[in-house]
Design a protein around this ligand. Structure first.
Ligand SMILES: Nc1ncnc2c1ncn2[C@@H]1O[C@H](COP(=O)(O)OP(=O)(O)OP(=O)(O)O)[C@@H](O)[C@H]1O
Ligand SMILES: [Mg+2]
Length: 442
């Protein structure tokens, strides 16, 4: 509701592994009772915006793993790889005017709840493939799903001064890594160091929350808040201690065995509760920001010309950075929506190349009409290979269909030939196995 009014909002889920963070944020299905907060929020935003008519929605989705940022909506992530293709990480940069941002991050326009949910699904698939490629425990990664809203509202003044204004807001939904062993509370030397090296971002989050809570209760703003200590806190700076309405979801285990972790999560939550954020409606700063940045670039360019351009690489870099931000800000929603369609299309093609069943209906339509193939698969009788993962939220997100005939399974597209399932991972051979399917029910 606050986001629809024009406030930045944020909700982050905190708790030990297996306590239900992803269950609460993403859920087990895209629609129906089992869906999590992210699809519910998306639904509400699209419903709320339909009255005004001119609201635009953009989404992005990133994963922070080992302090590196990966774009989960980048369709090339779904391109397999055979373990050779490394997922590209993106750089987080800080600009004095706009704050921290991720360079070259895909921000995609979503025209409907359907499109937004398909992007979310694409992101979950990318997460799974990532986790496998990097042989990583997914529960050590943070996922940030961001929605940007822009809409026109009647202006604040009365009578003739009432001019319509553009209002923008940002919704950050964060599924954090499992918090066990971080122990920000006890600050017990060895344990804390261990926690810090396992997950720098989580321990930095703990420190920031403590510092902000301290600041709020002492009423002084002297405390040093170490936002810059980690990628996560750098990116959530505004959400944690600035212009945002922020909520925390504390996930705890019902088991007595986890008492210690549960207490630590609750202590964390009660500290977080003391923080006071000052949220205000964001009258669209784009116009002003663009002109300010333009002015700044002009000045820098002049200074650069005067200094002969020689030694000042830093200045030239800043000009470049500002140019890029201006370009991003000036892009229209229509362009970003086109990017979405391109991205979903490419993701679909890539998934098909891997032998992956895509966003169900879309892929089924494109497959050749073979008796017993996906078109006829109303009752889900086509056999599938489905992934298993230590993280239950990632299990079953990838389904490879076994169609009649021979299907080669392996990591090398060349060796596997036409009908294939491409997987990567430790010990997977170029052509690893051959599956034979017969037409017919079951
Ligand atoms: N309230 C709940 N009702 C039913 N099942 C739940 C509930 N909470 C969690 N689960 C189930 O428990 C399992 C673990 O939950 P989940 O994956 O959400 O944990 P997590 O906190 O995200 O852990 P990690 O830190 O490892 O990512 C899942 O299979 C999930 O479906
Ligand atoms: Mg999880």
């Amino acid at each position: 509701e606050a986001a629809l009014q024009g406030y930045n909002t944020c909700i982050f889920a905190y708790g030990q592994t297996g306590s239900g963070k992803s269950h609460s944020m993403v859920g087990t299905e895209a629609e129906g009772e089992g869906r999590g907060l992210v699809p519910r929020v998306l639904k509400r935003l699209f419903e709320g915006g339909s009255t005004g008519g001119d609201m635009t929605v953009d989404v992005s989705m990133i994963e922070i793993y080992n302090e590196r940022v990966y774009d989960l909506l980048d369709p090339t992530v779904l391109r397999n790889t055979g373990g050779r293709h490394k997922s590209r990480s993106l750089r987080v940069r800080v600009h004095p005017k706009t704050g921290a941002y991720v360079e070259n991050l895909g921000v995609l326009g979503a025209a409907s709840i359907g499109e937004a949910l398909r992007l979310l699904e694409l992101g979950s698939k990318a997460r799974t493939i990532h986790a496998t490629n990097m042989n990583a425990a997914s529960s050590r990664a943070h996922t940030v799903f961001t929605v940007r809203l822009s809409q026109t509202k009647p202006g604040g003044g009365s009578g003739e001064g009432r001019e319509a204004v553009r209002v923008t807001s940002k919704v950050n939904m964060v599924d954090l890594a499992g918090s066990e062993r971080t122990k920000a509370t006890g600050a017990a030397g060895q344990r804390l160091r261990e926690g810090a090296s396992i997950n720098k971002s989580l321990s930095a989050l703990g420190k920031c929350i403590s510092a902000l809570a301290e600041e709020a209760s002492s009423g002084k703003s002297k405390a040093h808040v170490p936002f810059r200590e980690s990628t996560l806190t750098l990116m959530l700076r505004e959400s944690l201690g600035g212009n945002s309405r922020t909520g925390m979801l504390a996930a705890i285990s019902p088991s007595a065995r986890h008492l210690e972790e549960t207490l630590s999560t609750l202590r964390f939550a009660s500290r977080a509760k003391r923080i006071v954020c000052r949220a205000e409606v964001n009258v669209d700063p784009t116009q002003r920001l663009v002109s300010e940045l333009r002015e700044e670039m002009q000045m820098l360019k002049q200074a650069l010309a005067q200094s002969g351009g020689g030694e000042d690489g830093a200045m030239a870099a800043q000009v470049k950075q500002s140019q890029r931000i201006v370009k991003d800000l000036e892009g229209t929603w229509e362009q970003r929506h086109e990017a979405t369609l391109d991205s979903l299309g490419e993701a679909k093609r890539n998934m098909r190349l891997m032998g992956l069943e895509g966003a169900a209906e879309a892929t089924a339509r494109d497959l050749p009409s073979v008796p017993g193939s996906l078109q006829d698969d109303a009752r889900g009788q086509i056999p599938r290979l489905v992934n298993l993962n230590a993280d239950p939220m990632l299990s079953g997100t990838l389904a490879f269909c076994i169609l009649p005939g021979e299907t080669a399974v392996g990591s090398d597209p060349g060796e596997c030939g036409g009908s294939r399932v491409l997987i990567s991972g430790l010990g997977v051979a170029g052509r690893h196995a051959l599956l034979r399917g017969w037409p017919g029910p079951g």
